[in-house]
Write a protein that binds this ligand. Structure first.
Ligand SMILES: [Zn+2]
Length: 64
């Protein structure tokens, strides 16, 4: 094993599971769940990718 390998590794800081489309995303951000009754994981902090944030009006915690 050398340190010259070029294996693609996603950034751990932005690569997370999007709970809205149920899949990994490279631009997922931690978002604060707004009380939506029977929403996805209501009451918990979840990660959402860019498209899902736009579609659901989610705001990353860092931007709040
Ligand atoms: Zn998503």
């Amino acid at each position: 094993m050398t340190s010259n390998t070029s294996s693609p590794q996603p950034e751990p800081s932005s690569f997370a599971w999007c709970s809205w489309h149920n899949g990994y995303s490279g631009d997922a951000r931690l978002v604060a769940m707004i009380e939506q009754g029977s929403g996805v994981g209501a009451g918990s902090n979840l990660f959402a990718c860019g498209p899902c944030r736009k579609a659901n009006g989610l705001v990353p915690v860092a931007d709040q």
